[in-house]
Design a protein around this ligand. Structure first.
Ligand code: SF4
Ligand code: SF4
Length: 220
């Protein structure tokens, strides 16, 4: 069965509850943040943040719009990170057949630093990060320990607005397509980004690049 996130960015208020809940569930310590003229903090995904609410100000038709994007691994149908990793170490990255989750295992420590960088380069969404302390590659694991117990991923359970949703792929697709159809009346560019390729369906109302560079996959 393929499990899928449906992430409705039109409901995201950037409270960052998902970001904090993800850290808390995975026992990731706090990291020092600085005010850089934006509420996006930390500035990028890192080995202590598998989830990051990205902020973007964008000018459209003379008005300023403010977009929020709760970034995370897309649990791709055909994960290119795994393809790259399999060239060097068997079983370092797995695609869980029961859920569709893409899981980085402890065997990623067998990859050389250059091979880790290659895996990162293969990812169309620039998601994996190197944990230099543990010597592993890390990212969102779909909260697979929770999902196997029929519990929601922490980011979904925590979201107070309904922006984060999770379930069987067919149901999430149906929910996302229905909402995209409604939004198209006011926002003609409303779309589920890369819907055929990913198990994290982001609903956007504008050009994905208005949200951030890797909102849409770079598959060359
Ligand atoms: S988003 Fe990147 S890290 Fe996640 S499954 Fe796809 S290729 Fe792998
Ligand atoms: S599914 Fe789990 S690991 Fe992935 S972003 Fe959500 S809380 Fe973090």
């Amino acid at each position: 069965m393929q499990m899928t996130f449906f992430i409705d960015t039109t409901r995201c208020t950037a409270c960052r509850g998902c970001q904090v809940a993800c850290k808390e569930w995975h026992g990731l310590r706090a990291n020092k943040t600085l005010q850089r003229g934006t509420h996006q903090n930390p500035p990028d995904l890192n080995s202590l943040n598998y989830k990051l609410v990205r902020f973007a100000e964008y000018k459209k038709n003379g008005r300023v719009v403010w977009y929020f994007f709760p970034d995370q691994c897309r649990h791709c149908q055909m994960p290119l990170c795994k393809e790259a990793s399999d060239l060097h170490v068997d079983g370092a990255i797995l695609k869980d057949t029961a859920t569709g989750a893409v899981i980085f295992t402890d065997r990623t420590r067998l990859l050389t630093p250059d091979q880790m960088k290659e895996v990162i380069t293969y990812c169309p969404y620039n998601i994996p990060r190197i944990d230099t302390g543990a010597g592993t590659l890390v990212k969102c694991d779909m909260c697979i320990d929770r999902v196997r117990q029929n519990l929601l991923p922490m980011c979904v359970k925590t979201c107070p607005t309904g922006a984060m949703n999770f379930g069987v792929r067919s149901e999430m697709l149906k929910m996302g397509e229905q909402k995209a159809k409604e939004l198209k009346k006011e926002w003609p560019e409303a779309q589920l980004v890369d819907r055929e390729d990913v198990n994290a369906l982001f609903l956007l109302t504008d050009d994905p690049k208005a949200y951030f560079q890797s909102a849409q996959g770079q598959r060359s």
